[in-house]
Design a binder for this molecule. Structure first.
Ligand SMILES: *Cc1c(COP(=O)(O)O)cnc(C)c1O
Length: 375
């Protein structure tokens, strides 16, 4: 098998699999000649909400916008504090700041990389918090029940960042089906990805859904009558039609992702490469498969030398990003997140990987040896 090349992702393969259906979906929209806020978008919103177990779905322009608009719809804005985790990708923080709120961070549980409810309890004891945005990072559900308890104790709103958690399950229910306001991204490389930018918010609350529908469409209640000051962030008809075509396969794709992840878990036996824990009673969407390696750069080079591409999610925590210096944090403020960001590296994981490719990745990981200590 040597000489095999395993790319970190392969959207060409992904598109080729059902290409005719995607072409037909686009053609249908072009023939109809209606491109924004039409029947495809409405159908997808309902199908997505039903698929995850929520009453309402509202399509928006991106996952970042979903977070921004969800906070806005809940009345969170300038002067408010919103808590999230340091080891997420930057859009979580960007969405919070777009709402005008101040980002406050809370450390994660080092075994799962997810928001630590005990750390959150310490944060809410110190500052007045209006909202909390836990991230179901890598597709693994954050401990929502414990986080919701902390939120309720101080009257904070819970908004979930589920951009990586399509069809992840928490205590037997899909993420999105536990009653809260949940933000989705359909960025092309997500488990359900559009062929461009797209996002959604799901909720059981009819008023929040109504607010979101207005906010994404310049605050219009009906044509040219503006009830709110809103913005422009909509899911277009072409993306909605493509997402509908893909949604039929999401179960199958998730099953394949999980079976690859299960093989990684059971067959990777190199003590230098540690897998992250999945929280109890949860099933990850397996969006990413991060492992922890002390000599990470050395490991990535080794994998590359064997033809396997690995990426880091994410190398720099929010509080140490150049753009987020204004948050006022320093190195050492979130030790668990910092250690994770220094050691995590993601192995290729997508439904179109062949069994041979999966075997090759496992084989390369198991043959990895540490670099010799400096003399
Ligand atoms: C992808 C992602 C987002 C942002 O989604 P976009 O659609 O790219 O704006 C937000 N949060 C997390 C955790 C993500 O992975």
């Amino acid at each position: 098998m040597s000489g095999m090349k395993v790319a970190f992702g392969n959207l060409q393969r992904h598109v080729a699999q059902h290409r005719a259906e995607y072409d037909a979906a686009v053609a249908r929209v072009l023939e109809r000649g209606w491109f924004i806020l039409g029947s495809e978008g409405e159908a997808f919103e309902q199908e997505w909400a039903t698929a995850v177990g929520a009453r309402y779905g509202v399509g928006v322009g991106s996952g970042t916008d979903a977070i921004h608009l969800a906070l806005w719809a809940h009345g969170v804005g300038p002067g408010d504090v919103v808590v999230t985790v340091p080891n997420t990708c930057v859009p979580t923080a960007a969405g919070i700041e777009m709402a005008g709120a101040r980002v406050v961070l809370c450390d994660v549980d080092e075994t799962t990389a997810l928001m630590d409810p005990a750390a959150l309890a310490r944060v809410v004891a110190e500052v007045r918090v209006r909202a909390v945005v836990p991230v179901h990072l890598y597709g693994a559900p954050a401990p929502i029940d414990e986080i919701r308890n902390v939120c309720q104790s101080v009257g904070a709103v819970l908004i979930e960042d589920a951009a990586q958690a399509h069809f992840a399950e928490y205590h037997g229910k899909r993420i999105g089906g536990t009653g809260g306001t949940v933000c989705w991204s359909f960025y092309p490389s997500k488990n359900l990805g559009a062929f461009g930018d797209a996002g959604a918010v799901t909720t059981d609350d009819p008023e929040i859904a109504e607010q979101l529908r207005m906010l994404r469409n310049y605050g219009q209640e009906r044509r040219y009558y503006h009830k709110l000051r809103g913005t422009n962030s909509r899911l277009d008809e072409i993306q909605a039609a493509l997402l509908r075509a893909k949604l039929c396969y999401l179960n199958e794709w998730t099953f394949r992702r999980r079976s690859i992840a299960a093989r990684y878990r059971s067959e990777i036996r190199n003590p230098l490469v540690r897998v992250l824990g999945v929280p109890q009673n949860c099933d990850s969407s397996c969006h990413l498969f991060p492992v922890r390696v002390a000599q990470r750069d050395h490991f990535i080079q080794w994998m590359r030398s064997q033809g396997v591409e690995c990426l880091i999610h994410y190398p720099v925590p929010i509080h140490l990003q150049e753009a987020y210096r204004h948050l006022g944090y320093r190195l050492g403020d979130f030790p668990c997140a910092e250690r994770l960001c220094a050691e995590v590296v993601s192995l290729p994981l997508y439904p179109e990987l062949t069994d041979n490719e999966v075997e090759w990745v496992i084989d390369c990981v198991n043959r990895y040896v540490a670099s010799a200590p400096a003399p």
